[in-house]
Design a protein. Structure first.
Length: 145
């Protein structure tokens, strides 16, 4: 089930320039910058009660570079927080939505993600996000027994 908007993604050409602009606009700086090599992107996150993710391409033919070339800088996607990404993917497929990936993949900010094709959502690229749960680690005390 979709719980809330997790973040809004904004495609930018120049991450440093965009960070400076959004720092002035929002009155606070980014709390995190992260590379996602599988997507050829570097992200920068702001939190003003709602997260804003700036996305810049790390190569000329990356998905964000191609997006900016076609549509210009601006809102790239809206991300929704979900409890169970695989169940939500199955639900959306059953409802006739087209997903851009068959299984969740690792995204920025410690999330599993899946994108919903904008052709099936009135032109808006949607992202499903689920926190990656840490694996519990058992600690054994030496000498106990």
């Amino acid at each position: 089930m979709i719980k809330k908007i997790e973040h809004i993604g904004i495609a930018v050409k120049d991450l440093a320039q965009a960070e400076a602009l959004y720092t002035r606009l929002l009155g606070c700086g980014p709390y995190k910058q992260e590379r996602v090599d599988s997507e050829n992107v570097i992200t920068s996150f702001f939190d003003v009660g709602q997260k804003i993710e700036l996305l810049a391409s790390t190569c000329e033919d990356g998905v964000i570079a191609r997006y900016i070339e076609k549509r210009g800088e601006g809102i790239h996607h809206i991300a929704f927080d979900v409890d169970d990404i695989e169940a939500e993917m199955e639900r959306l497929k059953a409802e006739g939505f087209v997903l851009l990936n068959d299984s969740p993949k690792r995204g920025a900010d410690n999330k599993l993600v899946c994108f919903v094709h904008p052709k099936t959502t009135n032109g808006v690229l949607l992202e499903l996000c689920m926190d990656i749960k840490p694996i519990p680690v058992e600690i054994s005390m030496a000498g106990e027994g």
